[in-house]
Ligand binder design. Structure first.
Ligand SMILES: NC(=O)c1ccc[n+]([C@@H]2O[C@H](COP(=O)([O-])OP(=O)(O)OC[C@H]3O[C@@H](n4cnc5c(N)ncnc54)[C@H](OP(=O)(O)O)[C@@H]3O)[C@@H](O)[C@H]2O)c1
Length: 325
């Protein structure tokens, strides 16, 4: 089978496409014939050896896939040969076949395409975990989403609306903000041309926002902390801008507000039953038409490095995927 390989940590253009041996399912595992693989910002970090986890070399990038079960290991009872699934292998998705622990595999709804399925799991589950479990977002509260047209950001806009919040989407271009409006954002802030803190104040009659969802970090973070309401919750999701912000703690004291870490992959592994229940709720929302995955760029497997660069280079809107054929 063909696989994109990272043979040494470094720039994504060092990735190569090669023939490798097919994997085989051990006890509790399945092999999935991959139809499409979702591209995520961490793919670029993992390939460069800059992520919190470093897979043993050589490996294939690709954290999440959609495909068809092609081999079932001993003791796996909830999945069948030929079944369409989405899965979170965590590594190895940019290949024609991937080995996955069966508990990280979910049946794909009949109405879902492989393209939508490939980009569903990480972004929606991260935003669900952030807004519901970590942030306790309540109906009628105001949610500010930074990087709102990106992979996780756009799902936070959608889930915020499903949960009954007023959503302010913030991003770096009017084109990106138009997409956020299409996905339900009530208000928008272009932080390339407008002062974030001033606009938050103007849009909330000076009260500030109840919850901030931040996958960007960098210099926007302190402005957003200053734009929080009394009892505000600041969800630390990622640092796409590169810099990890340092926040003066007096700002939290003044508003009785909280900084809250969010790490969906680790939360899933810490409490698999809760993580699987959350994904089941998201798939129900999808089947009910409440979520509409936005796949805006598609690359073939031989162009996987370009796909990753598209995401890490601030070009992507919604999801980017790699397809096998
Ligand atoms: N905590 C978790 O469990 C979890 C799960 C998944 C992802 N993440 C993290 O969330 C972040 C976003 O991931 P993603 O896959 O959604 O990425 P993405 O689609 O590329 O979105 C990131 C957004 O960040 C903004 N950004 C600002 N400065 C940037 C820069 N210098 N380079 C690139 N983007 C920049 C961009 O929006 P504008 O152009 O509008 O500013 C972009 O849309 C990453 O840090 C990732 O590691 C965390």
């Amino acid at each position: 089978m063909k696989a994109v390989l990272c043979k040494e940590f470094g720039p994504v253009d060092q990735l190569v496409l090669e023939d490798v041996a097919s994997p085989h399912a051990g006890a509790g595992q399945v092999v999935i014939a991959v139809k499409a693989c979702g591209v995520n910002f961490p793919d670029g970090l993992i390939v460069q050896g800059k992520y919190q986890t470093k897979p043993p070399l050589p490996f294939s990038p690709g954290l999440e896939v959609a495909g068809v079960i092609q081999e079932v290991g001993a003791g796996v009872e909830n999945l069948a040969l030929g079944q369409n699934v989405i899965a979170f292998p965590g590594v190895g998705g940019m290949a024609q076949e991937v080995l996955v622990e069966s508990w990280l595999v979910f049946p794909m709804p009949d109405s879902m395409s492989f393209a939508d399925g490939a980009g569903f799991l990480i972004t929606y589950a991260t935003s669900h975990h952030a807004l519901k479990t970590r942030g306790g977002l309540k109906p009628g509260e105001t949610l500010l989403v930074l990087g709102a047209a990106g992979g996780v950001g756009l799902t936070a806009v959608e889930i915020g609306k499903v949960m009954g919040a007023r959503v302010i989407a913030a991003a770096s271009s009017d084109e990106k903000l138009a997409l956020c409006r299409d996905y339900g954002a009530d208000e928008t802030i272009n932080y390339a041309t407008e002062n974030l803190r001033d606009r938050i104040k103007a849009l909330t009659a000076g009260k500030g926002v109840n919850v901030v969802y931040d996958p960007v970090g960098g210099e926007l973070a302190e402005q957003a902390v200053r734009g929080m309401a009394w009892l505000g919750r600041y969800l630390v999701v990622g640092f796409a801008a590169g810099d990890i912000p340092r926040i003066p703690l007096n700002l939290l004291l003044l508003k009785s507000s909280a900084l809250i870490g969010v790490y969906w992959g680790a939360a899933l592994k810490a409490d698999p039953a809760k993580g699987r229940a959350d994904v089941a709720e998201l798939l129900d929302w999808y089947s009910a038409g409440k979520l509409k995955p936005c796949v805006s760029a598609t690359y073939t497997l031989d162009k996987a490095a370009e796909a990753i660069a598209h995401v890490t280079g601030r070009q992507a809107k919604g999801k980017t995927i790699v397809v096998m054929a």
